[in-house]
Design a protein around this ligand. Structure first.
Ligand SMILES: [Zn+2]
Ligand SMILES: [Zn+2]
Length: 260
């Protein structure tokens, strides 16, 4: 089955295109199943307003839109309703209520910020060992909740970190071993390849992280992390992701687990 469970919408302020354009592009590219996993809103306990995610009052519109597209195109493609969420343990009860109330099919872990977004520590700009160990602790704890269908860009911590050293080795092994223990697939993120070109360093997917994965053999999958409908039509870029995974001896999972 040709799938991609990592699709954003313009509600996050850094993606473009109408929701329907993503669906049409995916159909054109021959996908059997796609999932929208836009950046979740959070009910922050401060007045903080994020500029990289929908606001809480847009959540219903997002869910309604995806559900109506699911119905409209049900003969052409299967559409799942998801969210990409950080692991903010204090907001987990709120997140669980959102999953139930809005009939969310799945959530993926995209752990962009440490502790809480208003604290402002982007996990793609970590430069210290302490920082990446905290990232590891959060990601490990998140997987152990069993809530997340997979981990998006598990190697995000390498975007800012200078060189893959012994600390990175340990962090990678701990994340990959927990993924195996909790049966959580790890995502080979195609957007990260583009960031790597802009950043002038590999960042993520990190070759050393995936070398360890190729030895330990966690479940894995490719995620487009689409922020533009055109991302679905970049067949060479998508093929690169699948070829790389296969060269590492990793077979993409058949599908992911859903709440309903
Ligand atoms: Zn994004
Ligand atoms: Zn994403």
């Amino acid at each position: 089955m040709k799938y991609n469970y990592h699709t954003h919408t313009s509600r996050c302020f850094h993606a473009r295109g109408a929701d329907e354009e993503y669906v049409l592009a995916a159909i054109e590219a021959g996908f059997d199943e796609i999932g929208f996993a836009d950046h979740t809103p959070w009910k922050f306990d401060t007045q903080f307003v994020s500029n990289m995610r929908m606001h809480e009052n847009q959540l219903k519109d997002y869910c309604d839109s995806i559900k109506s597209l699911r119905e409209k195109y049900k003969d052409k493609i299967s559409i799942k309703l998801g969210l990409e969420c950080e692991y903010f343990s204090k907001y987990l009860p709120w997140l669980r209520s959102v999953i139930n109330e809005h009939e969310i099919d799945y959530i993926i872990l995209g752990h962009h910020f440490a502790t809480d977004e208003p604290d402002g520590i982007y996990n793609g700009s970590l430069t210290t060992a302490d920082g990446i160990y905290r990232y590891r602790d959060d990601v490990v704890e998140a997987m152990e909740t069993g809530l997340f269908s997979y981990v998006a860009h598990p190697d995000l911590f390498m975007r800012g970190y200078d060189k893959f050293d012994g600390h990175c080795q340990k962090v990678s092994e701990d994340i990959i071993n927990t993924a195996i223990k909790t049966n959580t697939p790890l995502e080979f993120n195609l957007l990260g390849i583009k960031h790597g070109i802009t950043d002038g360093k590999p960042g993520y997917p990190d070759p050393e992280f995936w070398k360890i994965a190729s030895q330990l053999k966690p479940k894995a999958l490719v995620g487009i992390d689409a922020h533009d409908p055109k991302d679905y039509l970049e067949s060479d870029h998508i093929k690169l992701g699948y070829d790389t995974l296969s060269s590492l001896g990793l077979t993409p999972v058949e599908s992911i687990r859903f709440f309903r």
